[in-house]
Design a protein. Sequence first.
Length: 69
Amino acid sequence: MDWTKLLNGVLNQLLRRFMNTAISKGIDHFAGGGKPPKEMTPEEREQARQGREMAQRAKQVRKATRRLF
C-alpha cells in the first residue's frame, strides 16, 4: 500500500473525529450555561428547557448528516 494513501486515511479519521467532537462541544456550550434553576423565573426555566430541546434536535440532525456524507 502506498504511504500517502495510508497517511491520508489516518489523517481523515483524526480530522473527522476532531470535527465531530468540536461540533458536539459547541452545541453543548451554547445550550448550557445560564443561571441555576433555583434563581430562574418560571419563564426563564421554560426558555432554558426549550434551549435544551433545541440542542438535542441539533445533535440528532448532526448525526443524520453524518450518515449522509
